[in-house]
Ligand binder design. Structure first.
Ligand SMILES: [Zn+2]
Length: 280
């Protein structure tokens, strides 16, 4: 079945879609008034909309504008010996490139290949992982760089449709947070970490309950949902629950971050006050 042009979301095809997604090459553009616009590659070429993306070089969200035309090789190469070659006519393989509004050297590149009446997305740079990871860097203060990477991977796997694998990363992050809170927890006759790590999750949570933020405790049954997903649910079932799981994990992290920032703010104010008093 040929896709109707009106049903296509070109931005989603070029930018948001995971690598190796396939679409029909031939597009029914209604009355076929403009024959050259009846292929998906021409539509990708003609797509002129600017898009907002995370620029990994600016470390900020920027507006990106598409370069004119599409190319046989990767980005628009600024070198007289290796000029980029625009493609005219049939395109078996093409690259659509975008330029950051801050600098023309900051690029996004998306590659497509035509095979058996299908257009396949074959390349993307920077990767979704690179741009996603930056979004989670603010949690570095709480969970460190390694776990920030895992958070980004969970999100990337979700965008690839690998819901079970994504569940696994979220569960690891949850487990890590519980151990982290246990390490910070102060009480008399505290059990050692090895003994604690062998407790059931419910008992672990109970043990440090009074030190956990309210939201964390209220949603701690997320762990059984995650475990159930990993062991008993299929990809489609996990996919259904995934956005809620992600939002809960982010909410827990936001709450912990706010607490941490409050402690830092109070500490700074105390130090400033001490400085003022010492001058008297
Ligand atoms: Zn930039």
């Amino acid at each position: 079945m040929t896709l109707l042009r009106s049903n296509l979301n070109i931005k989603e095809i070029i930018i948001d879609s995971p690598i190796y997604t396939k679409w029909d090459y031939n597009i029914d553009n209604g009355q076929n008034i403009i024959p050259r616009m009846s292929s998906l590659t021409s539509i990708i070429e003609e797509f002129k909309d600017r898009v907002e993306l995370y620029c990994v070089k600016c470390n900020e969200r920027r507006i990106f504008a598409p370069d004119e035309g599409v190319y046989k090789d990767t980005a628009t190469v600024k070198n007289i010996h290796f000029k980029n070659i625009p493609i005219i006519g049939n395109k078996e393989c093409l690259y659509k490139t975008y330029m950051c509004s801050f600098s023309e050297d900051h690029k996004y590149i998306f590659g497509f290949y035509v095979d058996d009446e299908k257009v396949i997305k074959i390349a993307e740079y920077p990767s979704k992982y690179d741009s996603i990871k930056e979004n989670f860097n603010l949690y570095n203060k709480i969970i460190g760089d390694e776990k920030v990477s895992e958070l980004a991977k969970a999100s990337q796997l979700e965008s690839f449709g690998y819901a079970i694998a994504s569940f696994l990363y979220y569960r690891r992050i949850f487990e890590y947070l519980v151990i982290l809170k246990f390490k910070e927890y102060k009480c008399e006759n505290k059990i050692d970490e090895d003994k604690y790590s062998h407790l059931k999750m419910k008992d672990k949570i109970d043990y440090i309950k009074e030190d956990l933020p309210e939201y964390f405790t209220n949603t701690s049954n997320i762990y059984s949902t995650l475990s159930n997903g990993i062991h008993n649910l299929n990809e489609t079932e996990c996919k259904k629950d995934l956005s809620v799981i992600r939002l809960i994990i982010i909410e827990i992290l936001d709450e912990l971050l706010e607490i941490k920032n409050r402690v830092i703010r109070k500490e700074n104010l105390k130090n400033e006050l001490n400085t003022i008093n010492s001058k008297k």
